[in-house]
Write a protein that binds this ligand. Structure first.
Ligand code: ARG
Ligand code: ZN
Length: 402
């Protein structure tokens, strides 16, 4: 009986009944201390920032708390006059709503819903420039599409973090606009390399087992599953803002590029880096509405073309705002230090190859915390429309200046 239950629960989807997401503003040093103490017992799932170590004084936090600890935690907060907001009352309810209204369940590909890995892959295969560049830990194809004939290359990747579903949704939207729509006009000047789902095992796992999964699904690192792919790149790997603990959501892995998904992206992109054609490296995440440029691994190190990165970031943010009046904050040091991120790797690799003004950004899409990773599909189009405005800016900038 016991074994049957164990097997049943291993196959079942993880549930989040009555789990909460609590949010904080303007954290003080003592509040951060309190959260760290609770985290040791309650093992929070950090939504923003990504781990307890990334909490900063004056900053914000969104934390997913298991229902088992919710009451205890709220009592403690009240006793300490620790202000918080209950952003999500019942996480499972939000996931159920998403499952009913936002997921495309095995129907034809739909740009206005969240598509699963197989659907994203078959959609991508309908593009002439479809290519594979390796296999994931569990053996899924890593793939992309190459669109355009121009000599200047812009790469856009999505889905490095499994639960950030709006990210692959944007890549699919972008691919369509490049082939059939508003970005078509650039194809003689630019070649787009779009990788819409660079962590396929993690993504499939969020569909089938645990909606809140972030990492890849690698095993063999001691007890826990998964490496945070966006801590696994060769940019001060294993430095500040990445965890040596395989059970952490920000585990950096045993060595830089230990993970097949990260290594394959490096190998796929290296030729475009070495020949100097890669001009911009854009990696799409959610959420928080930021446009982050290097360096993330050390806020004291300044990118040689920091002023340019800031200027293009400002222009992208202004263009985004005009579309649906959303604020996206551009900058280097707007979140927290973290090491091993892909945009820092790509930036440094382009620099070493002789490109004196590489462009590299981490886009954090919608929203600002209301739904977090569970952004309703009705916001896919709105989000994509505003990010398109940023894309026009950076594409034009590349064509005119790079
Ligand atoms: N949310 C992203 C991650 O955790 C951000 C990385 C970019 N840089 C930074 N300073 N946070 O991977
Ligand atoms: Zn992310």
């Amino acid at each position: 009986m016991k074994i049957a239950c164990l097997i049943a629960s291993a196959l079942a989807k993880r549930r989040f009944d009555d789990d909460k997401v609590v949010s904080f503003d303007n954290l003080t040093v003592s509040q951060i201390h309190t959260l760290k103490t609770f985290d040791r017992v309650m093992n929070f799932d950090f939504w923003s920032p990504e781990s307890v170590d990334e909490l900063v004084p004056g900053g914000t936090a969104d934390i997913h708390v298991s229902q088992f600890y919710a009451n205890e935690l709220e009592d403690a907060f009240r006793a300490a006059d620790f202000e918080y907001k209950l952003t999500i009352q019942n996480l499972q309810e939000q996931i159920d709503i998403e499952t009913m209204f936002s997921r495309n369940h095995g129907k034809a590909h739909d740009l206005l819903q969240y598509n699963d890995y197989d659907t994203i892959k078959s959609y991508s295969q309908s593009f002439a420039g479809y290519f594979t560049y390796g296999s994931s830990f569990e053996g899924r194809d890593l793939f992309g599409v190459k669109i355009g004939t121009g000599s200047k290359v812009i790469s856009v990747d999505c889905g490095i973090h499994a639960r950030e579903w709006i990210s692959p949704a944007y890549c699919q939207w972008f691919m369509n606009e490049a082939k059939n729509g508003q970005f078509n006009q650039y194809l003689s000047d630019v070649t787009f390399i779009v990788m819409p789902s660079i962590n396929p095992d993690g993504y499939a796992y969020t569909w089938n087992s645990d909606r809140m999964w972030r990492k890849n699904r690698a095993t063999g690192y001691g007890g826990c599953v998964g490496v945070d792919l966006n801590r696994n790149y060769d940019a001060n790997h294993a430095g500040e803002g990445a965890s040596p603990n395989p059970c952490s959501n920000t585990y950096h892995g045993p060595s830089a590029f230990s993970e097949p998904e990260a290594k394959a992206q490096q190998i796929a992109m290296q030729p475009y880096i070495d020949d100097g054609n890669l001009k911009a490296f854009l990696t799409v995440h959610s959420y928080g509405q930021y446009l982050i440029f290097p360096y993330s691994y050390d806020y004291a190190s300044q990118a040689p073309n920091k002023a340019e990165l800031q200027e293009v970031g400002d222009e992208m943010a202004a263009a985004i705002r005009e579309v649906h009046q959303q604020s996206y904050l551009p900058g280097q040091d707007i979140l927290y230090v973290c090491s091993g991120v892909s945009s820092d790797w790509a930036y440094d690799a382009m620099l070493s190859a002789g490109n004196s003004g590489p462009l590299a950004y981490t886009f954090e899409l919608r929203d600002e915390g209301r739904f977090g990773f569970l952004l309703p599909a009705e916001q896919i189009q709105l989000t994509c429309e505003e990010i398109d405005a940023a894309m026009h800016k950076i594409i034009n900038y590349v064509i005119e200046n790079k």
